[in-house]
Design a protein around this ligand. Structure first.
Ligand code: SF4
Length: 164
């Protein structure tokens, strides 16, 4: 199955701080989770994408959070720069890739203002999480692309089994 994956989960250094969120090398993940992650990558056709880089932002970059969760969305950096357009553009490019390639499922990084699928930071840069989706996860979900995060690998594997 074709699978869109957040580039940072694959170990690409695209995070705001210039690092990555590699599952394979993160000591927080158990060996069995890493094994499952690698199995999913090996058994499926992976499309790597970082919406924030695709939206024109550089790496490293200032951290950003969503400060308006409803339309019109607003995303600002910690220095109050409005980067909403970059986040919207990145989301659009992710959706375009999915539509062009027929991708129906995505594995995206949790908590990110672009990729988070269940919780995101609350816009105050205080490490507080609230229910909500990043702008890319939201746009994909609205267009019938099912989004999982890196803590939902078993659910993702089950989804792939059921829908292959
Ligand atoms: S936008 Fe998504 S893929 Fe890019 S660094 Fe953030 S969480 Fe990772």
């Amino acid at each position: 199955m074709k699978l869109l994956v957040s580039s940072c989960l694959l170990g690409e250094d695209v995070r705001y701080d210039g690092g990555n969120s590699s599952v394979a090398f993160n000591p927080k993940f158990s060996f069995s989770s890493k094994e499952l992650f690698m199995d999913i990558l090996c058994d499926n056709e992976v499309y790597s994408l970082c919406p924030e880089v695709k939206g024109g932002l550089s790496t490293p970059r200032d951290p950003a959070e969503i400060t308006s969760l409803e339309k019109p969305f607003k995303v600002e950096t910690i220095n109050k720069e409005d980067v909403t357009i970059n986040f919207l553009l990145g989301a659009k490019k992710a959706l375009e890739l999915c539509q062009e390639e027929g991708i129906k499922v995505a594995l995206l990084k949790s908590k990110s203002p672009s990729c988070g699928n269940t919780k995101i930071y609350d816009g105050t840069f205080s490490n507080n999480l609230v229910e909500g989706q990043g702008l890319t996860a939201r746009l994909l979900s609205e267009n019938e692309i099912t989004v999982f995060n890196e803590t939902q690998l078993k659910e993702l594997q089950q989804f792939i089994k059921t829908n292959s």
